[in-house]
Design a protein around this ligand. Structure first.
Ligand SMILES: C[S@@+](CC[C@H](N)C(=O)[O-])C[C@H]1O[C@@H](n2cnc3c(N)ncnc32)[C@H](O)[C@@H]1O
Length: 248
């Protein structure tokens, strides 16, 4: 192994794991958003722009000059609180966040604009693709099930007192969505079940087999009946005809 590789591995051990709340905006994306905001809302170049969200910062104590506009990418876990703060203090703002986060923290008096694009954040945190989840939600809706997405993680205090990011179910009623694409492995299905069992509020899992060419509906159902994990909840499949079927 080359020397530099082992050095990088050594250094990597000391890097903390990034969460979606630590996603930094690439400068060129920030510039594009700011230019769009100025163009769209007719902001003059003299208007002070404030970016209050940085590690260790406290947005409540930052100075907001008269007439300023906050244009920034806030910590998503406290987005609703931030919005209410700006509303209460009459501070204008344009905040950006992942689409599903935006719509799960609807605050009266705020307009949400959903851009149809995926973003890779500057810290290299995994790109969040929700498109397949939205497609699965559409299929659930066609089966008469209402879907309300929620922020699918929470911050809890770990044993050492530090905040830990823990996963929650995709939907507010405790439904976890698993969309299968080219999945032919029982182990992958088992690990999806294990993953669902780790989500505190998950009470059911829906496997969407509609687009999966790796496993027939019968094979998937058999595999799910054998799975040991997630004994506390119910399991459904959306089959290749788009029909929702309860498996166990
Ligand atoms: C999504 S990141 C965006 C960082 C940066 N503004 C950008 O766009 O690249 C949100 C940042 O807000 C910071 N943050 C968390 N709580 C905060 C608070 N109460 N006041 C200000 N910043 C906070 C986090 O540490 C994190 O760096």
């Amino acid at each position: 192994m080359p020397k530099s590789r082992s050095y990088e591995e050594f250094v990597d051990k000391f890097k903390s794991e990034k969460t979606t709340g630590d996603c930094y905006t690439p400068p060129e994306v920030y510039d594009a958003v700011l230019a769009w905001v100025r163009d769209e809302y007719g902001g003059r170049h003299g208007v002070p722009i404030v970016c209050p969200f940085w590690p260790g910062a406290d947005y409540g104590r930052v100075e907001y000059p008269d007439g300023c506009v906050v244009v920034d990418n806030p910590p998503f876990s406290i987005l609703a609180k931030i919005i209410r703060f700006y509303q209460a203090h009459g501070i204008r703002f344009f905040l950006f966040a992942p689409g599903l986060t935006l719509f799960s923290v609807m605050v009266p008096g705020v307009t949400c604009i959903a851009a149809d694009l995926n973003v890779t954040y500057a810290n290299g945190a995994p790109k969040e693709t929700h498109e397949h989840e939205l497609e699965t939600a559409e299929r659930l809706r066609a089966n008469g099930v209402r879907c309300m997405f929620q922020i699918d993680h929470e911050y809890v205090k770990g044993d050492d007192g530090r905040l830990v990011d823990r996963g929650l179910a995709d939907l507010a009623d405790g439904t976890e969505l698993k969309s299968l694409h080219a999945c032919s492995s029982k182990n992958t299905v088992f690990s999806h079940m294990k993953n669902a069992s780790r989500k505190r509020d998950a009470v059911r899992v829906v496997f969407d087999n509609f687009h999966n060419r790796g496993m027939s509906d019968d094979e998937l159902a058999k595999c799910l009946r054998h799975a040991q994990a997630f004994k506390r909840g119910t399991v459904y499949v959306i089959n290749s005809d788009g029909i929702l079927v309860r498996i166990k």
